[in-house]
Design a protein around this ligand. Structure first.
Ligand code: G3I
Length: 383
């Protein structure tokens, strides 16, 4: 009997060794390993991160996971910590993916970001149906307290409130604003701070190159600081394109925000290379241009990205990073919104089913020219 179990153990060990060996061989990581690492050059300037999706978190996309671990020292969950996934029904929490996410960061000694506590989008159905102030208040308090407390001392920084302003600088009439009033932002920051006093707290938004919108955010930060409410940074989402916004506009964001005595973070950087005939900017997810779906003029690089555009993308990233390096004393983190082109949200926004190329790694997990440009720039600045 004993002998049989010994034999079984041997077979089991052989299977594990064999499977791990063939799995490692199937993983096409050698080129990634030979690719120079971004974090090596930028770590002394600011944290350099990537948003990771559920497949990476669950280990279903090991190539991307390998890129993340070798290139970046910070992670943000693209979706897995959002309200609809964490608390899909009242007081019933699902931390499965979120726990795995946090573990990846802990194992790799990364700066771990929590995205996002309060956002009008990706809310579960029950939240969208709430009509009374007291019910909303209870859920608001319990959600922030439960989630932040669970990861106290593990998640380093929280996007506490996301996209609370309209482009004209007024507050967006979200369900939170409508039921809790305009001080819901302060309340969220206080709750997050109470739950984890050491956590780094961020307000996060897009289109901050627009003066009126930035003005609204600046007024809010000043107000919070004057009341002694902790806010550590403003996250600039940075869903940009090849020509827009201008470098001057980006620099002005850095200057205006840092004057407030908070850090500037570029939290969701990606550069769309596709046509944008409506001068659509930012990340308003409700904008949908379905009538253009399938229109070849809107999807010009279906087969591959022409060399000329690849070069433009590399130059655009390089120019932006030159600016980031110039102001690295004011910037605490730069995070790419995704790892490789195929999985970018920009393949489906604002038109579904386009082929976009906004990130540093291509559809075969190869480092693109833009990556090389950033490595070159980083190495000069590290001499
Ligand atoms: O979870 C469902 C799944 O059950 C379903 O089968 C599948 C079918 O489409 O959809 C899944 O939900 C998707 C979700 O991502 C999770 O993968 C939604 O359709 C999809 O719309 C959603 O998109 C996310 C978007 O936020 C939602 O607003 C993007 O991946 C994510 O990159 C994007 O991230 C936001 C930031 O959080 C805030 N700033 C703007 C940024 C870009 O929109």
């Amino acid at each position: 009997m004993k002998k049989k179990s010994n034999n079984l153990n041997l077979i089991l060990i052989f299977c594990i060794v064999f499977c791990s060996f063939s799995f490692a061989n199937n993983l096409n990581t050698s080129f990634i390993d030979s690719t120079d690492s971004l974090k090596k050059y930028y770590i002394s300037l600011f944290n350099i991160g990537a948003a990771i999706n559920k497949d990476i978190i669950l280990g279903l996309d090991m190539e991307s996971k390998h890129i993340v671990e070798s290139q970046f020292n910070s992670i943000t969950p693209e979706n897995s910590l959002k309200w609809m996934f964490i608390q899909p029904s009242p007081n019933s929490f699902n931390f499965k993916a979120a726990d795995k996410y946090v573990n990846i960061g802990l194992i790799n000694n990364m700066h771990i970001v929590g995205h996002v506590l309060v956002w009008h989008s990706q809310l579960p159905d029950f939240m969208q149906k709430i009509e009374s102030k007291s019910e909303m208040n209870n859920h608001f308090e319990s959600h922030i307290n439960t989630v932040v407390s669970r990861y106290k001392g593990k998640i380093d920084a929280w996007d506490v409130v996301n996209e609370a302003f309209n482009d004209d600088g007024s507050l967006r009439e979200s369900i939170f604003y409508n039921l809790l009033g305009n001080n819901y932002i302060e309340k969220a920051f206080k709750l997050a701070h109470d739950a984890d006093p050491k956590a780094y707290l961020i307000y996060n938004d897009y289109n901050l190159y627009k003066t009126k919108k930035r003005g609204g955010v600046i007024r809010m930060v000043k107000g919070m600081k004057s009341k002694g409410i902790k806010i550590d940074g403003v996250g600039v989402q940075a869903h940009w394109s090849l020509n827009h916004p201008s470098l001057d506009e980006i620099e002005q964001i850095i200057l205006d925000i840092s004057k407030l005595g908070v850090d500037v973070l570029f939290t969701e950087l990606d550069i769309s290379v596709l046509p944008n005939p409506w001068e659509l900017v930012g990340a308003e997810v409700n904008q949908n241009f379905s009538k253009f779906e399938g229109d070849p003029k809107m999807n010009p690089y279906k087969e591959k990205l022409p060399k000329s555009i690849q070069n433009k993308l590399a130059k655009r990233y390089k120019d932006i990073f030159k600016l980031f390096i110039k102001h690295s004393d004011k910037i605490s983190r730069v995070t790419f919104w995704g790892v490789m082109d195929k999985h970018s949200w920009l393949n489906d926004w604002p038109i579904k089913g386009r082929i976009n190329y906004p990130l540093l790694f291509d559809r075969k997990y190869q480092a693109k020219k833009a990556h090389k440009a950033l490595i070159e720039l980083g190495s000069i600045n590290n001499d």
